[in-house]
Design a protein. Structure first.
Length: 119
């Protein structure tokens, strides 16, 4: 038997407007459209090791997702510049994470952070 290997973990968020959500995750967060199936109400956004699925739901319930990046300051500046609702300013935590939190257009809470703990 081969050993267990974890390959990916993809949050899936319900959204009311697929185009609006794709625009947010592409133009502000910086992900790329990996798969787009508007006829099924589905989009998959990805970049490097990060991935998120978006699906149409007329009454989306707010979810929480966390995105790890390198260069968190760059994405923080982009969110400020694009007037994204930032619910927690950039903070360095004693447990080795520097992060901030935003709300996407559907009210989902998205933490964006960088591991700054020494290796």
């Amino acid at each position: 038997m081969e050993p267990l290997e974890y390959l990916n973990f993809r949050p899936t968020l319900p959204v009311k407007d697929l185009d609006r959500a794709v625009t947010f995750y592409r133009d502000i967060i910086g992900l790329e459209v990996s798969q787009l199936a508007p006829e099924y109400g589905l989009a998959i956004m990805a970049k490097q090791g990060a991935m998120i699925a978006l699906f149409i739901n007329e009454a989306p319930v707010s979810q929480i997702a966390y995105l790890y990046v390198k260069g968190v300051e760059v994405l923080y500046a982009t969110c400020q510049e694009k007037l994204v609702e930032i619910t927690q300013e950039i903070t360095t935590h004693p447990y080795g994470i520097r992060d901030f939190v935003v709300k996407d257009p559907d009210g989902h809470i998205i933490g964006i952070g960088e591991n700054i703990a020494p290796a």
